[in-house]
Design a protein around this ligand. Structure first.
Ligand SMILES: Nc1ncnc2c1ncn2[C@@H]1O[C@H](COP(=O)(O)OP(=O)(O)OP(=O)(O)O)[C@@H](O)[C@H]1O
Ligand SMILES: [Mg+2]
Length: 498
């Protein structure tokens, strides 16, 4: 039997050996490796936690939000316990995973488990009394796949879902006297127009949608060719042909915000620049009726004349509202507007689209609408049969009708805007069915055709009368000239005789 002192000596040497082994890094790694393997055999899963608040300033973690969106998108199909919250428009409902619920996902054939939990926190700096987090568990064999690919995939998908679900905004600029609160006012953007409901030839629609998609996905492309990630659209055509409707459809298609810039309330070029700086990425900046809100041609001529004098000396430019009445004097100039657009192109990070609308393209200065500033010019035209069919589907819910043939023929012979066609397709009482609406439209089209015929006839008559008057005047002038020559000749002869 060993004595107590012998046992102590033996224990001390074992302890010293262990301490020595721990102090030797290679040996320690071996021991740790074995320990991990031993634990791995018992519990072979790795768990990753994503807390809601992270970082030094305890801000809401972007990763947490992206994961939340990613998981919510498929929650109703996967989770057994769900919770319901009201959505962005406070009418729809959003289903999400309930607390302490676990769902199984699969990525490239690998199974993984997501769970959501919360614990009461004693940390008083947190904005909420509890700490929420998501936990991802997977087999340690898939560590590489999950950490290198899957988490990136989840974050990208979650961000895309968020972009789609985001409550988009419609901004309008405040007059500078109200800039204490903010330069832009906003309301929820809830225009229902889509490319599906837009009355336009389908080939033209597809072209615009492809152009927008290429732009939206073009981050790397624009960076590679060294061009700012911006695109300018000019929409022109008569009132009521759908310019504003197309802008709404574009914003819905891209999930972008809309900044509706009202130039008549902007005092000068400096204000214009300040407004620009406050706009955010993923937005469409719209200046409607550019041909009516600024006398651009006049300004350009004036600018040319005063090329040597500075902007301040150019004097205030009178701007007109759409109705033609004069609004407050403003010093916004064409060069200010061009700088605004170029500033947008060069100084603002992130993608932006600028859309100008006009009734008369010929009134606009070529510098404003040249490619590079306004890259795509879209003419919005009178209603054709294809556009009519879209309106008939929207307003009457029909794809065909025996009266369509008459409508088609009349539309080819007349000019009617989609706004007017749409107005005729709206039932005016409960008794009016689709046939009554189509008959009403045919009646109006016939009237418009008759009116146009009479107008043309009158114009032709007036032109003929003007031509006759001109011819008569020419004859009288020629006769007078001949008489005068005769007088001169006679006078000369008399003088010679004398
Ligand atoms: N192409 C279209 N597709 C679907 N609806 C249209 C179209 N054009 C006009 N409308 C209907 O007519 C109404 C007026 O159209 P919109 O305001 O888009 O015309 P606009 O070209 O912007 O006119 P303005 O030059 O006066 O601003 C819209 O509310 C819409 O209901
Ligand atoms: Mg409009």
């Amino acid at each position: 039997m060993r004595t107590a002192s012998e046992i102590w000596t033996h224990l001390s040497s074992v302890m010293a050996g262990l301490i020595f082994a721990w102090a030797t890094p290679q040996l320690r790694m071996h021991i740790e490796g074995y320990a991990h393997k031993a634990v791995g055999h018992v519990y072979p899963y790795i768990e990753v936690t994503f807390p809601e608040f992270a970082g030094e300033r305890l801000e809401r973690s972007e990763a947490y939000i992206a994961i939340q969106n990613y998981l919510n998108a498929s929650a109703s199909a996967r989770a057994k316990r769900l919770k319901v919250e009201s959505g962005k428009d406070s009418q729809s409902l959003v289903l999400s995973m309930d607390d302490d619920e676990e769902v199984v996902h699969e990525f490239e054939g690998v199974k993984l488990w997501w769970s959501s939990s919360q614990i009461i926190s004693r940390n008083s700096t947190l904005p909420l009394p509890y700490r929420r987090f998501y936990r991802l568990a997977f087999h340690w064999r898939h560590r590489q796949l999950i950490t290198l690919s899957y988490i990136k995939h989840v974050l990208a998908k979650g961000k895309a879902v968020a972009a789609n679900n985001r409550q988009r905004k419609l901004f309008t600029n405040n007059p500078s006297s109200n800039w204490d609160s903010s330069k832009w006012n906003h309301v929820a953007f809830e225009h229902p127009a889509t490319f599906d409901t837009l009355a336009m030839e389908s080939s033209k629609k597809t072209e615009i949608m492809n152009d927008l998609l290429k732009f939206k996905q073009g981050k790397e492309y624009y960076a590679r060719i060294g061009k700012a990630w911006k695109r300018g659209y000019l929409l022109y055509g008569p009132p009521g042909t759908g310019k504003s409707t197309l802008i709404a459809a574009m914003a819905n298609f891209l999930s972008y915000d809309v900044y509706d810039l009202e130039l008549t309330t902007v005092k000068d070029n400096t204000e214009l620049r300040k407004l620009l700086i406050e706009t955010t990425a993923k937005s469409i900046i719209v200046i409607e009726d550019i041909d009516c809100s600024l006398d651009l041609t006049g300004q350009r001529k004036m600018k040319k004349q005063e090329r040597d004098s500075d902007e301040g000396k150019a004097g205030p430019v009178k701007r007109m509202t759409k109705g033609g009445e004069e609004s407050k004097e403003s010093k916004v100039t064409l060069s200010g507007l061009l700088n605004f657009i170029d500033g947008l192109w060069s100084s603002c990070r992130g993608e932006r689209i600028i859309v100008l609308t006009a009734n008369f393209i010929e009134k606009l200065d070529p510098a404003l609408i040249r490619r590079g500033r306004m890259d795509k010019h879209i003419e919005m035209s009178y209603c054709c049969f294809e556009s009519f069919k879209v309106l008939a589907r929207n307003y009457l819910g029909i794809e065909s009708h025996p009266l369509f043939t008459t409508v088609r023929q009349l539309l080819e012979e007349t000019k009617m805007t989609p706004a007017d066609v749409a107005e005729n397709l709206i039932p005016k009482s409960d008794d009016e069915d689709e046939e009554a609406c189509l008959e009403g439209l045919i009646e109006t089209l016939k009237k418009v055709k008759e009116y146009a015929r009479k107008k043309l006839e009158e114009e032709e008559k007036a032109a003929a009368a003007a031509e006759a008057t001109a011819a008569r005047a020419m004859t009288e002038k020629a006769a007078a000239a001949a008489a005068w020559s005769l007088i001169v000749l006679t006078f000369d002869k008399l003088r010679n005789w004398g």
